[in-house]
Design a binder for this molecule. Structure first.
Ligand code: ATP
Ligand code: MG
Length: 444
């Protein structure tokens, strides 16, 4: 695709209103456009990245047996009155009246709605466990929306809900999501650390926040550095394997400031392993038992004939926030180089021909390379503008396709100047480029 035909409104300089690098870059390369405070339109470049993140999140939910549904953004206040949260939620909830004067709201989360769906359809323990999720816009009237889409009012979230009969089964469900989160963030090339967290207004007793380290993050964290070495590689989707995974992580002190206890930190973690820093919350999982099922009367028949309220958990991922979080983690602000992980890159290769008046040979060559790459399902962008080569490279460094092919004076015959963004170029043939890219993509 020619850049001249794409809707990528690039700014010459960093926008002064943006305080953190993700917000700056997103405005600079036209990924988003603010429409009112904390509310954004997603333009093609930003939308492409977000959709790829969404798809990875979806695949990892499906892999643990969660089923996708789609609940509406607008909810009735009735169910929130049943759970008791209509008052509790306070001013973060956007309340609306319809023409019949009925109280409606724009959903900030979906525990009530999904419990209502569940209770009207599921009557027996035989249908459990159930894991349901959706990926939908949420609205929270944040008191201080800031940092672009990192803390905004309307945002895109994956939220999942589990239903079980016993605490033990519910723990098993919880651990499935724990694993799926580790796998999801790994595919996004992020190191997200699970931290024991407070349960906040959603309530309950077991909770982890998944946090990536970033100076601009809003969460204060205290951890044992060794937790960064852990991985989920050999974990199977099976009770004991998942239990060991949780234990492996929970062994290391790792908390946000609500749970921080200085004495405990210093006792459990020797000085050289202590890390006290800031991070961005990209996911949050909770187990809260019958907190909603009891007031909303969501029960099932048990084997012996008795009834009991279902035990529930909820599991969120900030899909839109992740776009910014990846930028915070990857953007080299000093050199103005963004390298998207190939799994979510808006384009995989940028083709940058040096343009000469009256000579279309570079552009012709770019077109031929483009055809070859696209045959192998590689996503490309061609800079067909007549700017000079160095300003084109700078622009592509911001757009962040992880690989570049530069067609200039150096290009001789079959050998192309190919480079991983920010690194030294090498001269190789198209077949080899395709091989490298295929290998990289196979790892996703
Ligand atoms: P925070 O502490 O950042 O306000 P939260 O605890 O209120 O988050 P949850 O209710 O657990 O968030 O929502 C799940 C995920 O949705 C969060 O982990 C975060 O990634 C994302 N999220 C929450 N609020 C916002 C927001 N205002 N803007 C963008 N993403 C958000
Ligand atoms: Mg919040």
């Amino acid at each position: 695709m020619y850049i001249s035909k794409l809707f990528i409104p690039i700014l010459k300089n960093n926008p002064s209103e943006a305080k953190i690098k993700s917000h700056q870059l997103m405005l600079r390369v036209g990924m988003i456009k603010q429409s009112s405070a904390g509310i954004y339109s997603w333009l093609p470049l930003g939308f492409k990245v977000m959709k790829k993140i969404e798809q990875i999140v979806r695949e990892e939910q499906n892999k643990i047996g969660a089923q996708e549904i789609l609940m509406p953004t607008i909810q009735s206040s009735e169910i929130w009155k049943e759970s008791g949260r209509y008052e509790d939620y306070g001013e973060e909830m956007l309340r609306i009246k319809d023409r019949q004067n009925r109280e409606m709201l724009y959903g900030p989360t979906n525990e009530e709605l999904v419990t209502d769906i569940f209770r009207s359809s599921v009557k027996s323990y035989k249908t459990l466990p159930q894991l349901l999720y959706h990926i939908q816009w949420k609205f929270r009237d944040e008191i201080r929306p800031r940092f672009g889409i990192m803390r905004c009012r309307e945002f895109f979230m994956k939220d999942a809900y589990s239903f079980d009969i016993t605490d033990e089964d519910a723990n098993f469900s919880y651990n499935k999501f724990f694993l799926s989160y580790l796998r999801t963030f790994k595919r996004l090339d992020l190191k997200a650390i699970p931290m024991a967290a407070d349960t906040g207004p959603i309530g309950g007793n077991l909770s982890h926040e998944f946090i990536i380290l970033a100076e601009t993050g809003e969460s204060k964290i205290y951890t044992d550095k060794r937790i960064f070495e852990l991985d989920s590689d050999d974990t199977e989707l099976e009770r004991n394997s998942l239990k060991s995974l949780r234990e492996k992580f929970d062994e290391f002190y790792s908390v946000t400031d609500e749970k921080f206890d200085k004495k405990e930190f210093e006792k459990k973690v020797i000085e050289k392993n202590r890390l006290q820093t800031k991070g961005i919350e990209v996911g949050h999982i909770f187990y809260f038992g019958d907190k909603y099922s009891k007031p909303m009367n969501a029960s099932v028949d048990l084997p012996g004939g008795k009834k009991d309220f279902v035990k529930m958990g909820s599991y969120g991922i900030g899909v839109s926030r992740l776009v910014g979080a990846i930028i915070e983690a990857k953007y080299d602000e000093k050199n103005e180089i963004m390298k998207w992980p190939i799994s979510v890159a808006p384009y995989e290769v940028s083709i940058i021909p040096m343009m000469n008046k009256n000579d279309t040979s570079s552009l012709d060559k770019a077109n031929n390379i483009d055809i070859e790459l696209r045959k192998s399902n590689i996503e490309t962008i061609i800079d067909d503008t007549d700017e000079n080569l160095s300003s084109k490279v700078k622009k592509m460094n911001l757009i962040g396709a992880p690989y570049q092919i530069i067609i200039g004076k150096q290009t001789e015959g079959d050998l192309l100047e190919f480079k991983e963004i920010g690194k030294e170029p090498r001269k190789i043939k198209i077949a080899e480029i395709i091989k490298i890219l295929k290998e990289q993509k196979a790892k996703i």
